[in-house]
Write a protein that binds this ligand. Structure first.
Ligand code: FAD
Length: 528
């Protein structure tokens, strides 16, 4: 197949031509103000903020961007209604304000999502408490509120397409937002790169010689080619989430662990026709869990249990899956049996504290080791930008940089400042007449790439096969693979199938095998 490799794109009105380059010579033997270890959302947020303030920044990730915790979250940009029960009002307030900013700065990746909160007779939390909690949630959101919470009348509830659920005596509704977690992380890294940061994936930090107050030396290995490189940096930030203590030890730090991870599992089930997400209390232990519509499937999660196994080996056990299936089926009418398609598991990098997993704080902490290594641990995805601002303030203080944070109102690369409906209506027309895309394909690209959809669609002009679907059942198009290769540093098949699209999570083994042969020509061949 003829695969165009587009250097200079011919004409585009929907997006700016910028692409990340994975060139080791941008990092090797260079000096930086700040080296960020870890390409999850914490590292991405700091690299973006720091580069925008004019620091010389490098970000390195041992696998693919967002392949750690940041790609396996519940995909909710939320205030965290349940944290109100633990009195974490300031965390909820900050999260709700950040939710508002993300809806504005990345409207293609973060979208409002209604939540139903059915209150059954045997509910652990009484109706009055839910009502009071939702009122407080509305108040804390203030001007950033998506829509006020309300009670849904039984008549209206019948319109909610819930023929499969047990009918609750009372149902409340509120709004939060849903994100594409791995793509959001990649766009934040792209924003860092647009601001001058040097970024690399599949590049593992293997040794750290830290000299506080002087340049530190960092050794790295390209995990795909085996090439070893070195660079120097005035400050080093360890943003490796669950791996934080491993990297601290690599840098010679001793002392108690900063992170006590908990395992979170989700199951993907066949579509039950949800129009809204649902917040439910598990019948076994009263914990909050969610049923969420996701890419025409139903996402059920999550668990929250202690984890002291190996970091790279986390997986869902039969016990985890049964816990989620039991929780879901408890609320189903007899005879309704959605099928489990897949499961995925990850680790919450929570701050080490003596508390049960669910009540352990979701706040973050910035730790400065005696060797000068900064480690950022804890936090939530939703508050990544605010967290990054606080961390970058501390790093700038150390470096004597007095520039202020500018990310609060910065659109991400695919972001657009006009109303969603107008953008979609104009965008579908434009992608139709310029690149010959039908409305469904055009909407798919606009929803995933925002104003950069034109950069993806333009490959279809070069090769008609790139306008085809990757799998007949799913909306993903072949031209996306070309874009991921040229603009987003996808290198291995899994980079394309798990972080940039979600095909790996949605297809059965047979269909996935076929897709692997379709993606293979887009991957470079590496010698190890
Ligand atoms: C099941 C689950 C559901 C969640 N749901 C939500 C939610 O809905 N909303 C929300 O706001 N939050 C949610 N969270 C929390 C959120 O996902 C995390 O707080 C966040 O993703 C952590 O990001 P991070 O960048 O700190 O860590 P990670 O995303 O894990 O990134 C750390 C990176 O460091 C890399 N690394 C490690 N060692 C090295 C090395 N030596 N060299 C180079 N790179 C290295 C790793 O490969 C990894 O990619 C959830 C968490 C879990 C587990």
């Amino acid at each position: 197949m003829n695969l165009p490799r587009v250097g200079i794109v011919k004409f585009i009105i929907l997006g700016k031509i910028t692409f990340m380059r994975n060139e080791l010579n941008l990092i090797a033997n260079r000096q930086f103000d700040l080296l960020v270890i870890g390409g999850g959302i914490t590292g991405a947020g700091v690299a973006h903020d720091a580069a925008a303030r004019g620091l010389q920044v490098a970000l390195v990730e041992q696998k693919d961007f967002a392949s750690g915790t940041s790609g396996i979250s519940s995909k909710l940009v939320h205030g965290g209604l349940r944290y109100l029960e633990h009195g974490q009002i300031s965390l909820v307030y900050e999260s709700l304000q950040e939710r508002g900013r993300l809806l504005r700065n990345a409207p293609h990746l973060v979208k409002p999502l209604p939540f139903l909160l059915p209150v059954y007779a045997d509910s652990r939390v009484p109706a009055w408490k839910w009502r009071a909690g939702l009122k407080l949630y509305d108040l804390l959101a203030g001007f950033a509120n998506i829509a006020p919470s309300k009670t849904i009348a039984p008549f209206d509830l019948r319109k909610q397409n819930l023929p499969w659920a047990k009918f609750p005596p009372l149902c409340l509704q509120y709004f939060d937002a849903q994100m594409d977690d791995s793509r959001l992380c990649i766009e934040v890294i792209e924003a860092a790169s647009q601001n001058g940061a040097a970024v690399a994936n599949h590049l593992e930090v293997t040794a750290l010689d830290l000299f506080p107050g002087r340049l530190s030396r960092i050794q790295m290995r390209d995990c795909l080619t085996g090439e070893q490189i070195e660079c120097e940096s005035k400050v080093v930030l360890n943003a490796t989430g669950p791996w934080s203590d491993q990297v601290r030890k690599l840098a010679g730090e001793t002392g108690p662990d900063l992170v006590k991870p908990t395992k979170g599992v989700h199951i993907i089930m066949s579509d039950v026709g949800l129009n809204a997400a649902m917040l439910l209390l598990h019948p076994k232990d009263g914990r909050v869990f969610f049923i969420i519509p996701w890419l025409d499937r139903t996402l059920v999660g999550t668990t929250d249990t202690e984890w002291d196994g190996q970091l790279g080996k986390v997986s869902a056990t039969a016990e985890d899956i049964n816990y989620l299936v039991d929780g879901f089926t408890h609320f189903l009418k007899p005879g309704v049996k959605p099928e489990v398609i897949q499961s995925f598991a990850g680790l919450r990098p929570l701050f080490n504290a003596d508390a049960s997993p669910s009540s352990r704080s979701r706040e973050f902490k910035l730790h400065l080791g005696s060797n000068g290594l900064f480690s950022a641990v804890g936090g939530k995805y939703t508050t990544y930008r605010a967290m990054a601002e606080e961390i970058t303030n501390a790093l700038c203080k150390k470096l004597g940089n007095h520039n202020r944070c500018t990310t609060m109102n910065a659109l991400l690369p695919g972001g657009y400042a006009i109303k969603r409906k107008g953008f979609e209506a104009n965008g579908t027309k434009e992608l139709g007449w310029k690149y010959g895309l039908n409305t469904i394909d055009a909407m798919h690209l606009l929803n995933r790439y925002g104003k950069r959809a034109g950069l993806v669609a333009q490959y279809c002009l070069e090769n008609k096969m790139l306008a085809e679907r990757i799998d007949p059942q799913l909306p993903d198009l072949m031209c996306e693979f070309a874009f991921h290769r040229d603009f987003e540093m996808a290198r291995l098949p899994d980079d394309f199938l798990y972080q940039r699209t979600r095909l790996g999570y949605l297809l059965d083994d047979q269909a996935l095998e076929k897709v692997r042969t379709r993606v293979a020509p887009f991957c470079n061949n590496y010698q190890s």
